[in-house]
Design a protein around this ligand. Structure first.
Ligand code: SF4
Length: 345
């Protein structure tokens, strides 16, 4: 029998299961309360009788969301957690502290199939997609570890969320549920490298969830050299899907643009980006790449970053510079998982 992970269940599913098994339905409420507060081990559920715990374990996967590593940044309090899943796959989650409260960056897959050249997550290949409950568990368990409510979620960690569309949408539902995380859709952001058909599918759902596109280049040539997905969907197709999203949902879109020294950070590229985007309900989030040992990509100079931003703004494009969090604990996506799996091997 293929057992489901405990947090994949909704409260209604748990109630139905209790009913089928002759267990009073208020027990479902008790169990779900434990789960959504980050307790995944039945031995910690001290108001649940032993026979019910045994039945739960027989039917579902419990107690398997193990913290393998926890790092806290001395610079800004960013907490990075490495979790081991029940089948040995490793994922990463990062909790960041902003003025507005805690925000979490979760993984949607163990590994990634997209192969972006600058990304540590793609280097170890692909394990599998996560279930909605495994995404839920990252938030619930992290919340328990840091001892404070998490206010917003970005699905921007390891993996491409739109390569795991249904489970990610399942997570959004679990997160929205007042019995679950009780997080408004507006506090959730999905970041994609640009899977055009899935952007269209997402547009049709007309959710309040925020959408962010990893652009990283102003033309197809540079984008292809950074992101293999650009060989499948041209910038023309991608921008068409983005315009359609904004027109249909009237929601503001974010473009992520990582500046790599000498690759995409010149005046010429900034001017090209202004022409590509034109006027629209969107803004650009600029991120200065870090110098990572062994990486072919270099950080841009501070002067270049400033100039790039100025060109965008004088071209009428709203551009902000994203503060890098947890620089002392390798908080960029996939770096710890890579280190840990290399060590394990
Ligand atoms: S940047 Fe995102 S989409 Fe690209 S390989 Fe890394 S995890 Fe996958």
């Amino acid at each position: 029998m293929n057992r489901k992970f405990c947090l994949d269940l909704t409260l209604d599913e748990l109630k139905a299961w209790c009913q089928e098994n002759g267990i009073q339905s208020y027990r479902a409420g008790q169990i779900y309360k434990w789960l959504s507060s980050g307790v995944t081990d039945t031995s910690d559920m001290n108001n649940v009788p032993k026979d019910i715990k045994a039945k739960l374990e027989e039917n579902f996967i419990f107690g398997s969301f193990e913290v393998r590593q926890k790092l806290v940044s001395k610079l800004d309090g960013t907490t990075k957690l490495v979790f081991e899943l029940h089948d040995g796959n490793i994922i990463e989650t990062v909790v960041m502290r902003y003025k507005t409260g805690l925000s979490i960056c979760i993984s949607s897959q163990a590994g990634c199939r997209m192969g972006c050249r600058f990304c540590a997550s793609s280097k170890l290949g692909f394990g599998r997609s996560l279930t909605s409950g495994e995404m839920f568990a990252q938030v619930a368990v992290s919340q328990k570890i840091v001892g404070e409510r998490i206010r917003s979620v970005v699905i921007m960690g390891i993996g491409e969320p739109f390569d795991n569309f249904d489970e990610v949408m399942g997570f959004v539902k679990l997160a929205n549920d007042p019995d679950g995380l009780n997080l408004g859709a507006r506090h959730i952001t999905i970041s994609t490298c640009g899977l055009v058909p899935m952007i269209k599918r997402f547009t049709e759902l007309d959710l309040q969830v925020n959408l962010s596109i990893s652009l990283h280049a102003p033309n197809d040539e540079i984008r292809k050299s950074l992101m293999p997905i650009a060989n499948k969907y041209s910038l023309n197709e991608l921008m068409g899907a983005c315009r359609n999203y904004v027109a249909k949902t009237n929601r503001r879109l974010t473009f992520e643009y990582t500046l790599f020294g000498g690759v995409n950070d010149g005046d010429e590229q900034a001017e090209e980006l202004v022409r590509l985007l034109g006027k629209g309900l969107w803004h650009v989030n600029l991120i200065a790449a870090n110098d990572v040992p062994g990486s072919a990509f270099k950080a841009p100079s501070k002067q270049r970053v400033r100039q790039f931003q100025e060109i965008l703004e004088s071209g009428g494009i709203n551009a902000t510079l994203r503060r890098e969090m947890g620089q002392d604990i390798m908080a960029a996506c996939g770096q710890l998982r890579r280190g840990m799996e290399n060590k394990d091997k």
